[in-house]
Ligand binder design. Sequence first.
Ligand code: NAD
Ligand code: GLY
Length: 364
Amino acid sequence: MAELMVGLGERSYPIIIEKGYLAKVGQDLKMRQVGNRYCIIADDRVADLYGRTLLQGLTDAGVKAELITFPQGEANKTLATVAALASKLARLGFDRKDAIIALGGGVSGDIAGFVASSYMRGIPFVQIPTTLLAQVDSSVGGKTGVDLPEGKNLVGAFYQPKVVYIDIDVLQTLPAEELLGGLAEVIKYGVIRDRDFFEFLRKNRVAILQLDSDCISKMICTCCEIKAQVVSEDEREGDVRRILNYGHTIGHAVEGASDYSIIHGLAVSIGMVAAAKLAVLNNLLTEGAAQQIVQILEDYNMPVTVPVGLDRERIKQYLLADKKTISGVVFFVLPTAIGKVIVTDDVGSEQIDKVLNSTATASS
Ligand code: NAD
Ligand code: GLY
């Protein structure tokens, strides 16, 4: 078992990573007493797969719990879903001494976390992430919220969980594309902060793709360590936390312009290559280092160029509408070496055009 801390003073919390831990969460919560009673919030698919195991473990430990669900998918990450879940909590008589358990991927975590932040002006919550993306990113750091028709994650709150439980066994049922999407975020950590980790991901690709337990545990641990460190330094994304958005500026725009047919992580893969190319064009990164970024993503079978059929003008419209764009100025996280990045707004629109239209090689 590995246990890390997200250091945020009185709001610090542990991340517990262990194989097969889902059934043991009840015993741990009995000891921690985060709430008198727990409401597990999961999407319908995750509830079918893992709801019973979690509930049984809680019941066996003498912890009172209910399970409520919402329909899976980003399209349901809405205020309407928040309202429906909050009404269910009220009808079940949940009060301020009770707590929420977010069980599932980033969609469940973001919704359940936001419900926790606002129900009765805030009740405690626990994260049990079940996608790789959620285990290495969204369950740690306290960003919660929902989408509006006008854009993604436009309503939300910074609200930290009391504890994060990561059971790597649940990754066995994850669809291959979702695993790959999570791995793009994993590679991101190597590029932004840790050259050795980047090498580890390069060398252990086969074992990682086969979900070798030791490799996956080490990998998730390293990602959570980096994320915890960054969040401890800058909880509210004033400065340092922006580095976590490497690949996300163009990635989000590609995701939106594809009407979300390209999943988030794979759009981030395209975005990471685009940012590496922008760094080369600005003499911040060597072509060799950019090529290493392209190569690792290609080796993992991730997309590295914007699909030919995707409207470039639409991508640029999304860039301007992004939350990270301030007063029309688009911010980019650009690598300066493997393991180091800077945040800059000093990127010309002709350079953006060039990378959106370029092919797979780093120098093109
Ligand atoms: P998701 O939660 O929709 O999960 C993807 C699919 O996998 C869903 O259909 C889900 O039912 C299914 N699933 C989940 N766990 C499974 C398992 N173990 N086995 C089989 N199927 C499983 O999507 P996601 O990719 O986890 O998260 C994406 C969301 O996360 C986006 O809304 C994004 O905005 C958000 N996000 C938030 C943060 C943050 O810091 N809060 C960071 C990154 C992304
Ligand atoms: N996923 C980016 C962040 O948590 O800041």
